[in-house]
Design a protein around this ligand. Structure first.
Ligand SMILES: Nc1ncnc2c1ncn2[C@@H]1O[C@H](COP(=O)(O)OP(=O)(O)O)[C@@H](O)[C@H]1O
Ligand SMILES: [Mg+2]
Length: 318
């Protein structure tokens, strides 16, 4: 009650309001000497309402306290569950990763041994085993990465980074991927970009996700990578743009592209593979670093993914 009254009447102290009410009540109980009858009736009505309001406010205060208490205990409960899920995933992923790596490794080994004997009869089956294993492994790694970020268990190690050098390095990494689909890779790094302060490993992961998508969803096309500095009303940014002339997306597909497991449609996921976790991971990572990632796209024409980094990224996950 005290805090509500104080909030509603910032200039009057609750005790002053209560004292004024009591004085008025005493005056009414004495029959309001000197006051005309209609005014007396109105005053008693107002006083009645005020007392009722005071009761309602007191109930509200009780309700407010109960809600705060419930939400705090819910928050604690959720945080405990998150921790349990994360440690469960960390343990399970280890248990799953080891045998999966064995499945992948052995299927390749058997394939090589049979090839030495010029036996290719089981190649299709062995390839299927290997690819299914690889897909499952990518899925497990993706789920773990995402759950780590979402439960705040990601560590950031910021340092001064030459963004152009970082992007140039990422581009060198994906050149073989671009070549597989006969894509041309054009790089435009503005020399004046300079440094940002952030975690190079995490920024690299994001850039590589965008680049590998561009290489994957573009065939015999062009992929443009640019880095520049921009200033807007919110301040200065280093902007990394990955543009492609690939399959593009409908507005509806684009609207859910950053959601976990979201792939354009069944045909796309069948044709291009993947887990649908890369962009969800990229967005979560950007959010926890204080960066941004956006996309525009047109079906059949291509897509543009833009990452915007403030000069000083967050050093700690909030
Ligand atoms: N450059 C792109 N061009 C067209 N579609 C894209 C592009 N990047 C992402 N997408 C769409 O967004 C989906 C999600 O991407 P992502 O999270 O990286 O998952 P994955 O690559 O494993 O499918 C992709 O399956 C695809 O449908
Ligand atoms: Mg991807």
């Amino acid at each position: 009650m005290t805090s509500i009254v104080a909030n509603m009447h910032p200039s009057a102290k609750p005790e002053e309001v209560r004292a004024a009410l009591e004085q008025l009540e005493a005056y009414v109980s004495q029959g309001c000497p000197g006051m005309p009858a209609p005014a007396r009736a109105s005053l008693s009505t107002v006083l009645g309402y005020t007392r009722q309001l005071e009761g309602d406010l007191s109930d509200l205060e009780l309700l407010y306290n109960m809600t705060v208490e419930a939400s705090t205990s819910l928050e604690n409960e959720l945080s405990m569950r998150y921790d349990a899920i994360t440690s469960f995933l960390a343990n399970t992923s280890h248990e799953l990763r080891t045998p999966l790596n064995a499945v992948i490794g052995h299927s390749e080994l058997v394939m090589e041994e049979l090839a030495d004997d010029d036996n290719h009869r089981h190649d299709q089956d062995l390839l299927r085993i290997r690819d299914a294993g690889k897909h499952l492994l990518a899925l497990i790694n993706g789920i773990l990465d995402l759950s780590k970020i979402e439960s705040g268990h990601v560590e950031l190690c910021p340092e001064d980074i030459d963004v152009s050098a970082l992007v140039r390095d990422c581009v060198a990494n994906v050149r073989p991927l671009a070549r597989v689909n006969q894509n041309q890779l054009d790089v435009n790094l503005s020399p004046a970009v300079g440094m940002v302060h952030g975690d190079p490993l995490r920024i690299r992961q994001c850039v590589l996700n965008l680049l590998s998508n561009a290489c994957k969803f573009t065939k015999a096309g062009r992929i443009g990578v640019a880095v520049c500095r921009q200033t807007d009303s919110r301040g200065e940014w280093v902007v990394i743009t990955v543009q492609d002339t690939g399959i593009g997306m409908t507005p509806e597909q684009l609207s859910r592209v950053f959601r976990p497991y979201a792939q354009a449609d069944i045909r796309t996921s069948r044709e291009y593979g993947g887990t649908g976790l890369g962009l969800a991971f990229t967005r979560s990572l950007c959010e926890c670093m204080g960066a941004e990632v956006h996309a525009t796209s047109e079906l059949g024409t291509g897509s543009v993914f833009t990452m915007r980094l403030p000069p000083r990224l967050r050093a700690r996950v909030s």
